[in-house]
Design a protein around this ligand. Structure first.
Ligand code: ASP
Length: 598
């Protein structure tokens, strides 16, 4: 036996026991004749004490031991003396008095320290990911990931869901993101696509009569990567038959709440997740992913400025656009530089800037005069306008208002970003809060200017509101859908919908998306046909596992909770993927490379 116990699991009650341990040297200290080593294994760390002269190894051999060498240790669990205890270490009351030591393997000097939680060079971390994963933070993140998946599997199994695997080699889909394609050797010129999600399969499983399906599924999308995206990621894919939207939302709320209770990570979270219709979310927060850890709601200020002499506001109102703003209590303490950042944000979104109003510490206002108010608009704003703002927001000395005027799409983007930025500048975000909500009633369609056509906002299998079906062709903008997102702390954590289960309606949607009937049959014939064989009403959702674990691990990037992630340019620095392949392979796959750089 190479070990009888785990380093991190030994306790004071084990004092006197003989143990065999094995693990890595986390740290070593020499004290003339005595060597202290912190020995680490997957359970934690324990101090081992070597009296150099009483050992099977020579003093020289012991002195050569370095960090990350692999040791085997035979010894006795001993209580540490008063004063030598370490309350920062779970095993800090005990140590191992070593009788026999074996050097199992040596290690090169690691390219970065494994012991300390330093900020490290990304490239090195990715290249030596197996060492990066030795670090306690990464180790804990992956353990948390396991706990999350384990909980989910138990929870859904107890509710009579069954986990079914679906194919990785699929037919390419014309809608959605770009597919990762796999050339077929057997069928020259043909390709499989890796799944963007098991969407069609899970709907077909409902036609098969499974009623409650789930899968912890790997999904692949060939998109340009942002910090919270990976080319492959993991979803908790769920689908149920004979359900309404609320049944799915209740299930997910129960899953998240009971998981957070069980994991007990010290977060504050709501027991009931608020439901916010999409239009309300855009109005109040300028976004369909509102961060509800703070208020700072957006308000429509148009009515305040109906007869204004502020020319830009008057012009905007003439164009039937709106003036919207955020009242920031205590916002006057934002520095000039921070306010300038708001202008930069506005410009990034294509606006000219924002207007700000400042209410100084000596701010006061009566019906005829004011003091302590400053703004670039001061010359043009009337006392009545100021009074209306004052009463509407119950303005206190020290507050500020940030205003954006123009088209709703633009002001929403500008103010949503400023809302988040202001909250972080004013430290309104509590790290231990998880502010969940569901966004509901998404529009069925959105117009894509780049593609010059209507696209499905969630996906084309989403069920429109019954009473809006009549507007699909005549007024697509007006059609609401039974699509919903789970949002937490300003991030989309999952989305889903009640699905169409009749081919007639699916054809209608496809037509609106510019896919005529013959192409629809070519590309979606299998689904259209399946729906002709007694498809039950059904719906589902797919929370992102990476995103959830990152939130729970307080990591801002999902790469920190994925064992072997890719870089932002979709490369794997450890193995070198993607790599060139030989002409022999290319020939077999009937491929020719047309790359000017090669
Ligand atoms: N398949 C969808 C997605 O990946 C989720 C769903 O509708 O269940 O976004």
């Amino acid at each position: 036996m190479l070990k009888t116990n785990m380093c991190g699991e030994l306790q004071i009650k084990d004092v006197g026991t003989s143990v065999i341990l094995a693990g890595w040297v986390a740290r070593r200290r020499d004290h003339g004749g005595l060597t202290f080593i912190d020995l680490r294994d997957s359970s934690g760390t324990i101090q081992i004490v070597i009296k150099n002269d009483k050992l099977n190894l020579t003093e020289k051999e012991i002195s050569q031991i370095r960090n990350e060498w692999v040791l085997g240790v035979k010894g006795i669990v001993t209580e540490r003396q008063e004063g030598a205890r370490n309350s920062n270490m779970p095993t800090g009351d005990i140590e191992i008095s070593v009788n026999e030591l074996e050097i199992i393997n040596q290690s090169n000097t690691p390219p970065f320290p494994i012991n300390e939680d330093l900020s490290l060079d990304e490239t090195n971390r990715m290249k030596y990911r197996y060492l990066d994963l030795r670090r306690s933070r990464m180790n804990q993140n992956l353990k948390l990931r396991h706990d999350v998946m384990h909980f989910i599997r138990n929870f859904l199994t107890n509710k009579k869901f069954i986990e079914i695997e679906t194919p990785i080699l699929n037919v390419a889909t014309p809608e959605g993101a770009r597919d990762y394609l796999v050339p077929s050797r057997i069928h020259p010129g043909k390709f499989y696509a890796l799944p963007q999600s098991p969407q069609q399969w899970k709907q077909l499983l409902m036609v098969s009569g499974f009623e409650k399906y789930f899968q912890i599924a790997r999904c692949f999308r060939d998109e340009d990567l942002r910090s919270d995206r990976q080319p492959e990621f993991t979803q908790l894919d769920i689908e149920l038959s004979f359900v309404e939207e609320k049944d799915i939302l209740i299930l997910i709320e129960e899953l998240m709440v009971s998981m957070l209770k069980e994991l007990d990570l010290g977060f504050d979270f709501p027991l009931n997740f608020p439901l916010i219709p999409y239009s309300e979310s855009m109005e109040k927060y300028g976004s369909d992913k509102p961060d509800l850890r703070f208020d700072l709601e957006i308000n429509d200020l148009s009515s305040v400025f109906l007869n204004t002499s502020i020319k830009i506001f008057a012009d905007v109102l003439k164009k039937d656009q709106r003036i919207r703003g955020i009242h920031i209590p205590g916002g006057n303490k934002l520095t000039k530089k921070q306010l300038q950042e708001f202008n930069e944000i506005a410009k990034l979104h294509g606006a000219m800037g924002v207007a700000s109003m400042h209410f100084d510490d000596d701010y006061k206002i009566t019906k005829s005069e004011y003091d302590g108010f400053s703004s670039l608009l001061e010359k043009f704003i009337s006392i009545d306008e100021l009074l209306t703002l004052n009463d509407r927001f119950n303005i206190k000395p020290g507050d500020a208002i940030i205003i954006s005027a123009g088209h709703d799409d633009l002001t929403s983007q500008v103010l949503a970003s400023i809302r988040n930025e202001a909250a972080s500048m004013l430290n309104l975000v509590k790290e231990t809060d998880l502010a969940f909500c569901f966004i509901t009633e998404f529009p069925m369609f959105e117009y894509s200017d780049s593609a010059n056509k209507w696209t499905a906002m969630h996906h084309l299998f989403t069920m429109p509101f019954e009473e809006d079906i009549q507007y699909i062709a005549s007024d697509p903008k007006r059609v609401r859908s039974h699509a919903y997102d789970l949002v937490c702390n300003g991030q989309e954590v999952g989305s889903g919908s009640i699905r169409i289960h009749k081919s007639e309606l699916l054809l209608k949607i496809l037509q609106q998306l510019g896919i005529d009937e013959s192409i629809a049959h070519e590309q979606f014939g299998h689904v259209l046909e399946a729906f002709e064989f007694g498809a039950p009403p059904h719906g589902g959702i797919a929370p992102g596992i990476d995103r959830i674990v990152a939130l729970l691990a307080k990591e801002s990037d999902i790469r920190e909770v994925i064992a072997f992630p890719k870089t932002k340019t979709a490369s794997d620095l450890l193995t070198g993927a993607p790599s060139k392949i030989g002409t022999e392979n290319l020939d077999e796959l009937h491929l020719k490379i047309d790359d000017p750089s090669s």
